[in-house]
Design a protein around this ligand. Sequence first.
Ligand SMILES: [Zn+2]
Length: 118
Amino acid sequence: MGRLYRGTCKICRETFAARSPANLLSKMSKHRWKKHEKWMIRRIKEGQAEALLNPSVQDFVSALKEGPRAALKVYGDFTERQYQSIKVMMDALEAILPVELVASWKAIEAFHDIRKGI
Ligand SMILES: [Zn+2]
């Protein structure tokens, strides 16, 4: 039995547990979209998408806004694990993030996959 990662929904205080941080983020994100879709959309429209992300992801999102080159610099410091948890968040938020930000993210994703030989 590995350790359990726990998190609480900021909106309804429901608690979650998962075997990995990425799984936890994914569970919580799915929950938010299922149970609090209107809240999510409102927050995102208010330009607070970053508020849903943890600090290291926020830095990355700021870099994505600057463009792929800036994002690539931040990405260079990520471990595979960090990258995977960021991917979970980006996949969940992709539909509502600004197009130019998603374009930068796609460039990073492609770069990652090439580097890993996927
Ligand atoms: Zn909730």
